[in-house]
Design a protein around this ligand. Sequence first.
Ligand SMILES: O=C(O)CCC(=O)C(=O)O
Length: 271
Amino acid sequence: MTDERPNEAALRYRRDGYVFPLDAIGAARASEAAARVERLLEQPPADLQHPWRIKMHLLCDWIFDLATDDAVLDGVESVIGPDILLQAADLFCKPPGERQHINWHQDANYWNLEPFEICTAWIALTDARPENGCMRFMAGTHTHDKLCHRETLSQRSALTRGQEIVLDMDESLAVPVILNAGEMSLHHCLLAHASGINRTASPRIAVAVRYLPAHVRQTAGPALSAIPVRGRDTWRHFIRDTPPDGSFTARSIAAHARAMAPHAASGYATA
Ligand SMILES: O=C(O)CCC(=O)C(=O)O
């Protein structure tokens, strides 16, 4: 970016901890990717050592391409600056009839970072609405530190360990993150967010992509890894992941396993 003045998206992100809707990959690419995801869900890859929905950008080139799309990175750059590392692209699916929800949590709960500046681009592959369990944001909560979470380990939660913030959230203040397929929201890792059950007859599908400004460092925990995707990484604070050479190839499966193995003991809650 040549213009140093914060733009509208950056101002809203700084004030509220999120910004949406932003144009991302377009409706046609979203629907093509959603169809691929549905085929994978019908016939999940066999014999993988680690969950394929986490850090899926290392397994599938078409997910990597979405996460490095210029429009997506332009949006991310507008809020975290020009030097960007791709840390993870995680798949969040809510099939019809499955009663899973996502408890109120901060993404920062998973990682020990200094400063806490990881940003998630939640790319909608299908429309996201209150009735199919879209996310809900609690504006301004990113100005708090890390809040205390408990691990419910509930099967009704789609989070790795059913983590939830111990404070009661005033649901009447929650902002529904309504997106059309192909659009995205951006949220700060300290923002409290949740999502409900899919009560429709169609799946709700999204890819949540985590980006780090390259100056951030990890202060504790099993080593995180990432791939520089824009600007410079002169800091080299993170181990480098290997971009995929196809979809579920032997090489991409090995690269995924290398990145995921250190996080297996924590149930991938820090992946
Ligand atoms: O997809 C959802 O409903 C929640 C996703 C989420 O919690 C996240 O991207 O951090």
